[in-house]
Design a protein around this ligand. Structure first.
Ligand SMILES: Cc1cc2nc3c(=O)[nH]c(=O)nc-3n(C[C@H](O)[C@H](O)[C@H](O)COP(=O)(O)OP(=O)(O)OC[C@H]3O[C@@H](n4cnc5c(N)ncnc54)[C@H](O)[C@@H]3O)c2cc1C
Length: 377
């Protein structure tokens, strides 16, 4: 287990959250003031990894059924949320699939409206006539300002007494009494429950606790801001290829584009590869007259998923007090408030509450439960 900080300087908490991305910060804000909470983040700043690299879109029709349920609940919370200056943290921003008829039919979820190409072109005039057969529109999709949302959660967490420790990567852990003694950076924590919100490193963190991996796999996804000779209508929808080969949407700088790749990676500080963005622009230009003049900025993040593509939330079946909040894949923002609600309720109810029936489990919570993952059986 390596070096272990001495008990003399131990921070005693009820819940230790590991990871300062959208998952960890949403939960910290939700638990603030209700119990003693600390959050540790390995990097020198919060949300350095995937949570700083998203498309900031919340799409109710996107993802498997439990994700759609979490997204609907998250939207109810975020639609009413304001930052300290009274600015909205989320606002309407439509999402549209385009492509071959069969691909659109296969990808468009219930709740999306099917459109003829002419109707789609009226919404996004850069789409070229005759370049696609069908479209489907999600009218309830929402954009968020990810940095503002993250800052909002951080503020609420700190105001509620959550101690946030930066540059504090968890390196050691052992079961002591009825809790965990955890070494993070130069600090030591004694916690009744530890929350694994470590994103791409969630399985690696489990190993530090002697907990079996769940088979969580990080996948690369690249995005870029490109400048345009003529701006897009800011009200025009985000447009995605129904065969999952690209998406674009208007942005203050011009447009945000992505090759929509899902390529397995190890947990790392992922970087774009030369040519990725240029290839994406070429693909988009087969369908849309996007007048790209240059690449402003490109980045790559890791979307980390469980083998069944559904996020993982709940106490580990075998390690007491070890709580998973991981595997959010491409849905980490759109599920964040509902995931934090479920996690907070289960953590406050305690590890035995589900087994004893004190915490009645909803269908969605059952779908998220780490027990389901066959790797462990
Ligand atoms: C290009 C792209 C577009 C996306 N678009 C969307 C979108 O439009 N909508 C949406 O909902 N989602 C989107 N996503 C997905 C979303 O960004 C992720 O699901 C979400 O950010 C994951 O958040 P997280 O908190 O789980 O992980 P992270 O943000 O990676 O946070 C985990 C943190 O844990 C820390 N950590 C790891 N190990 C340790 C340790 N041992 N000790 C301490 N700290 C540790 C890491 O440093 C990291 O800061 C997109 C992702 C990408 C890459």
């Amino acid at each position: 287990m390596g070096r272990m900080a001495s008990l003399d300087s131990t921070n005693d908490v009820d819940v230790l959250i590991v990871g300062g991305g959208i998952a960890g910060l949403s939960l910290a804000a939700r638990l603030a003031g209700q119990c003693r909470v600390a959050l540790v983040e390995a990097e020198q700043s919060l949300a350095y990894h995937t949570s700083a690299r998203s498309a900031q879109q919340l799409i109710p029709s996107y993802g498997p059924t439990p994700v759609q349920d979490l997204t609907r609940r998250t939207l109810v919370t975020l639609r009413n949320a304001l930052d300290d200056e009274g600015r909205r943290l989320a606002w309407p921003s439509r999402f549209m699939l385009v492509g071959r008829r069969g691909d659109v039919a296969a990808e468009a979820h219930a709740g999306m409206r099917h459109l003829e190409p002419g109707e789609a072109r009226a919404l996004s005039p850069v789409l070229r006539e005759g370049s696609f057969e069908a479209a489907a529109l999600d009218n309830d999709s929402v954009r968020t300002d990810a940095p503002a949302l993250l800052a909002h959660h951080e503020g609420r967490a700190r105001q509620g007494g959550v101690a946030i420790h930066l540059g504090s990567g968890v390196h050691t852990a052992q079961r002591v009494g009825d809790g965990w003694l955890v070494g993070a950076g130069s600090e030591a924590f004694h916690a009744a429950s530890v929350v694994d919100a470590a994103g791409a490193w969630a399985d690696d963190l489990a190993v530090v606790f002697g907990v079996e991996r769940l088979g969580l796999q990080p996948y690369r996804r690249t995005a870029a801001l490109v400048s345009l000779a003529e701006p897009l209508d800011p009200e025009s929808p985000m447009v995605a290829a129904a065969d999952d080969t690209w998406y674009f949407r208007p942005d203050a700088a011009g447009a945000l584009v992505s090759p929509s790749e899902t390529e397995p990676s190890r947990a790392e500080d992922a970087m774009p590869r030369p040519g990725d963005v240029e290839r994406t622009i070429r693909l988009i230009r087969q369908i849309a007259d996007l007048p790209v003049t240059g690449i402003v900025r490109a980045w790559t993040g890791l979307r980390t998923a469980a083998p069944d593509g559904v996020p993982v939330l709940g106490f580990d079946p075998e390690a007491p007090g070890f709580f998973w909040l991981a595997g959010q894949g491409g849905y980490g923002f759109q599920t964040s408030a509902a995931m934090a609600d479920h996690a907070a309720e289960q953590l406050l109810a305690g590890p035995d509450a589900i087994r004893t029936g004190a915490h009645p489990v909803s269908e969605t919570e059952r779908a998220l439960d780490p027990h389901r993952l066959s790797v462990r059986r």
